[in-house]
Design a protein around this ligand. Structure first.
Ligand code: AMP
Length: 215
């Protein structure tokens, strides 16, 4: 099963994708994670990517489609792929459709995670990530354990993303509404769209997503 998690920054796409990886042996393809890796490469491309990301703008379609093409042609996802943060533009959505059909694969569901803007700002400004395993914490709803170690991997190094500040977030939200939200209509018209309420406990949201996938 190949699915897309669609939603604004802070909707919980990454958190839910990690759950699906654990529970269904799916493979998470997060273009945000791939780009964060690319920015540390020391190349000119990495420097440009870092600048664009920190400002909260979208990286070019060419770059992200290239990253996804590379991963898909490597193969090896028996349980299917979860596209997290991709596609973000109509051109990326078309490219993904073409890539999947070239590989003889299908897109089985697009899950839109709905969260209102106030909650997004609250979530993002309180977010931190384990530097070792990528587990996501929130100062209010899911604080780092009192002994300072990650509950998943025991790591002790936590970081906040450079773009998780109010200025970048405003730009990221605008990019979402201008460039990504048209995908809701696009996938609705194709008959692939399912929407879930992204507010609530992580388990509750996971149950709603499971209901879409198994229902
Ligand atoms: P994310 O981790 O999904 O929130 O992505 C972080 C940042 O990476 C975004 O704000 C963009 O600058 C960039 N990015 C991630 N995925 C894409 C994409 N599919 N298209 C363009 N830019 C992306």
């Amino acid at each position: 099963m190949n699915i897309i998690l669609l939603g604004p920054p802070g909707a919980g796409k990454g958190t839910q994708a990690r759950r699906l990886v654990e529970e269904r042996a799916m493979v998470q393809l997060s273009t945000g994670d791939m780009l964060r890796e690319a920015r540390t490469s020391g190349t000119e491309m990495g420097r440009i990517v870092a600048e664009v990301m920190d400002a909260g703008n979208l990286v070019t379609d060419e770059i992200v489609i290239g990253l996804i093409r590379e991963k898909l042609t490597e193969g090896g996802a028996a349980g299917g792929y979860i596209f997290d943060g991709f596609p973000r533009t109509l051109a990326q959505a078309d490219a993904l459709g073409n890539l999947l059909s070239e590989l003889g694969e299908t897109l089985d569901a697009v899950i839109e995670m709905r969260v209102d803007d106030d909650a997004l700002v609250e979530r993002i400004t309180a977010r931190s990530t384990c530097a070792d395993c990528g587990e996501v914490y929130n100062d209010i709803t899911k604080p780092i354990p009192a002994d300072g170690t990650c509950s998943k991997c025991g790591g002790t190094d936590f970081s906040r993303r450079a773009d998780d500040n109010e200025d970048s977030l405003r730009t990221r939200l605008m990019a979402y509404y201008k460039q990504t939200s048209p995908l809701i209509g696009y996938y609705h018209a194709k008959g692939d769209l399912k929407s879930v309420d992204g507010l609530g406990e992580i388990d509750e949201v996971a149950d709603r997503i499971a209901g879409c996938l198994d229902g």
